[in-house]
Design a protein around this ligand. Structure first.
Ligand code: DGJ
Length: 536
C-alpha cells in the first residue's frame, strides 16, 4: 500500500511510501485539467511554488461520454505529467455533484430526466433560482434519492479507480481521491417530491436514531438540543425536530457518496475525502448546501459514510481557524481549497505546525500574486474589514513557504502527533502566544514597536533534541524564554535551508541578530541552546 492513513503518535496521519507525508498542495481551476496542453504551464507554476501535490478534477462527463464507453486518456496524461514533474496527485471526482449542482454529469444523464431524476426543490419543480451577486441563474441538482443515478455514478467511479490501479499502483503517483465535490442541496433544506415526502414521513431507522442520540458530544448546540428533546423513534420530524430536514438530506447524500466510494475502493483503495461548502454565519440549510458534510452534520456522515476518511473544508470564510478547529476534532485536517489572499502562506505553515495537517491547498493556485478576479473578490470576502483579506498573496513569499516546508517534510512530518512541532499565528495571537518545549519556551511577537507588521504573521518551531530547534517565521519576532530550565545560553544561531533533507548552513548570526529574532521577511533559523538550572 503506497498511500494510506495510519495511526502515528496517536494521530491519524497520511503515509506515502511508508513515511508520514503532508500535501503542500494546490488545486487547479475546475477546467484546467480537462486540457493536457493547458496543464503544461501549470506544473511549472506548481514547481515554482514548491508544491508537492496537485488536486486535479476528473469529470464524469469526460470519463464516460457515452453510457458504458470510458475514456481514461485525461487521467493517464495527467499521471504522466505528474511523474515527469515529480509531483503527486489527488484526483477530484466531479460526478453527481459539483458545488451542489450537476454540471459535470454526462449528457446522457442530463438528457434522461425520467431515469436520472432531478431533485424537486420546490413542490412540482426540479429547479430553483439562485442569485449570485448581480446574476440570477437557474439551479438544478440530481436527486439524492435516485438509485439509478447513484448506480451509474458508482459504476463510472469504480471503472476509473480500477484504471488508476492498473496504471499507477506500482508508482503511487495518485495518493488520494475526493469523492464528489461540495455535495448538498441548494434552494431548500430537503427534497420535496412526493417520494421524498413519503420517505420523510416514514420511520427513521432505529439504529441511526440511537447512534445520533448516543453521539451528541461533538454536535453543534442546536443539533444536540433538537435531538435530545425529540422522540426516540418516529418519523424524521419527530426524531430530529428543528434539524430534521438537514439530517434527512445529510443521511441520504452521505449514503449515496458512501455507495460511490465503496464501489471505487473495492477496485483500488486510496485515502478518500468529501469536501464541504461551508455555511457562512447565520445561513440556513438550503442557503448553504443542505446535507453536505458541514461540521454540524459530521455525526450523520460518520454513521452513513464510513468509506470516507476525511471531511475536508473548502475555506473562503474569514474565520479560518474556527473552521480548522471544527474539522480537526476527530480526524486529520485536510484543506482542499483555501483562498489566495495574503494569509495563504502563513496559514499553510500554521496548519502544518499547529494542526499537523494532512494537506493544505489554495484553490486556483496559479492565480497567486495576481489581482483578484471578481469571483475571488466575492468569495474571499472583499466586504470584510481586514486589509490582509483584500491583498493577494505575494508569489515569492508563497514560493518560499512551499519550498521550505516541502524540503522539511521528514523533519516536520516525523514529529506529527507530538509536542515537538508547534506553531503560532497572528490570527490567534490574543489566545495563544507561547510554545512550550519543556526546558525553554518560544514566545511569538506579532505587534512590534519598530516593525510594521501586517497582521498575517506566523511562527513554526520544531524541537529536534533538548538543544536543537528550527524556527520558521514571517511577519513576526520571537523571544526565547526560560521554561523548566532557569537559564540558557544560545550556542549557535544560524540561517540556512534544507537541501536533499539535510541542513545547509548560511550565515552564523550569533551577534546582533541573536539579540532580536525579527522575521519581517520569511526566515528559517537553526538554534542550539544550552539550558541549566544552577546559579551562574
Ligand atoms: C468551491 C468549489 O469546490 C470549486 O470547484 C470552485 O468552484 C470554487 N468553489 C470557486 O471558485
Amino acid at each position: 500500500m503506497l498511500s494510506e492513513i495510519r495511526l502515528f503518535n496517536q494521530k491519524k496521519v497520511l503515509f506515502v511510501d511508508d513515511k508520514p507525508f503532508y500535501a503542500v498542495a494546490g488545486e487547479v481551476h475546475n477546467s484546467d485539467s480537462s486540457s493536457i496542453e493547458y496543464m503544461e504551464g501549470i506544473w511549472k507554476i506548481a514547481d515554482e511554488l514548491g508544491l508537492n501535490t496537485l488536486l486535479l478534477p476528473l469529470t464524469w462527463e469526460l470519463t464516460e461520454p457515452k453510457e458504458g464507453e470510458f475514456d481514461f486518456s485525461i487521467p493517464d496524461a495527467l499521471i504522466n505529467q505528474a511523474r515527469t514533474n515529480n509531483k503527486r496527485i489527488i484526483f477530484l471526482w466531479f460526478g453527481s455533484w459539483k458545488n451542489a449542482e450537476m454540471m459535470y454529469a454526462p449528457e446522457w444523464v442530463k438528457r434522461d430526466r425520467k431515469r436520472f431524476k432531478r431533485a424537486e426543490i420546490v413542490k412540482g419543480e426540479a429547479k430553483s433560482l439562485r442569485s449570485m451577486g448581480p446574476y440570477t441563474m437557474p439551479y438544478y441538482s440530481l436527486s439524492y434519492l435516485c438509485e439509478e443515478t447513484m448506480h451509474a455514478d458508482a459504476n463510472a467511479f469504480s471503472k476509473l479507480m480500477r484504471h488508476i490501479k492498473d496504471v499507477d499502483e506500482s508508482f503511487g503517483t495518485v495518493i488520494g481521491i475526493q469523492v464528489e465535490n461540495e455535495t448538498g442541496l441548494l434552494g431548500n433544506s430537503r427534497e420535496v417530491s412526493d417520494e421524498a415526502d413519503l420517505a420523510f414521513e416514514s420511520g427513521v431507522p432505529d439504529e441511526f436514531a440511537e447512534y445520533m442520540r448516543n453521539n451528541t458530544d461533538s454536535m453543534h448546540e442546536d443539533v444536540r438540543e433538537a435531538i435530545t428533546s425529540s422522540k426516540k423513534s418516529g418519523n424524521w420530524s419527530e426524531v430530529f425536530g428543528a434539524v430534521a430536514d438537514e439530517v434527512f438530506s445529510a443521511y441520504h447524500i452521505s449514503k449515496y457518496v458512501n455507495y460511490v466510494a465503496v464501489k471505487g475502493m473495492a477496485e483500488y483503495k486510496l485515502p478518500t475525502f468529501a469536501n464541504c461548502w461551508l455555511a457562512h454565519k447565520g445561513e440556513k440549510p438550503g442557503q448553504y448546501p443542505s446535507g453536505g458534510p458541514v461540521s454540524r452534520m459530521h455525526e450523520v456522515w460518520r454513521y452513513c459514510a464510513p468509506a470516507i476518511d476525511v471531511f475536508s473544508p473548502d475555506i473562503y470564510v474569514p474565520d479560518f481557524m474556527d473552521v480548522c478547529d471544527d474539522y480537526s476534532k476527530s480526524q486529520p485536517l485536510f484543506i482542499p481549497e483555501a483562498a489566495t489572499h495574503s494569509y495563504a502562506a502563513s496559514r499553510l505553515a500554521y496548519c502544518i505546525g499547529h494542526y499537523h495537517a494532512m494537506g493544505y491547498s489554495p484553490f486556483g493556485f496559479d492565480d497567486i500574486g495576481k489581482p483578484f478576479t471578481m469571483v475571488q473578490g466575492f468569495l474571499f470576502g472583499m466586504d470584510v474589514n481586514d486589509p490582509a483579506l483584500k491583498t493577494p498573496q505575494d508569489y515569492g513569499i508563497y514560493s518560499w513557504f512551499g519550498k521550505t516546508l516541502s524540503a522539511m517534510m521528514p523533519v516536520l512530518a516525523n514529529r506529527y502527533g507530538t509536542d515537538d512541532l508547534q506553531a503560532l499565528c497572528a490570527e490567534r495571537a490574543s489566545s495563544e502566544s507561547t510554545m512550550d518545549f519543556g526546558k525553554i519556551k518560544i514566545a511569538g511577537v506579532f505587534e512590534h514597536p519598530y516593525l510594521q507588521l501586517n497582521g498575517n504573521g506566523v511562527i513554526l518551531a520544531v524541537k529536534m533534541s533538548e538543544e536543537e530547534y528550527f524556527i520558521i517565521g514571517y511577519q513576526a519576532a520571537v523571544s526565547i524564554i526560560p521554561g523548566d530550565a532557569k537559564n540558557f545560553d544560545i550556542l549557535e544561531f544560524e540561517e540556512g535551508k534544507f537541501v536533499d533533507e539535510c541542513w545547509v548552513r548560511g550565515r552564523r548570526l550569533n551577534g546582533d541578530e541573536g539579540t532580536n529574532f525579527t522575521m519581517a521577511d520569511p526566515q528559517l533559523y537553526r538554534v542550539r541552546i544550552h539550558t541549566y538550572n544552577d546559579e551562574i
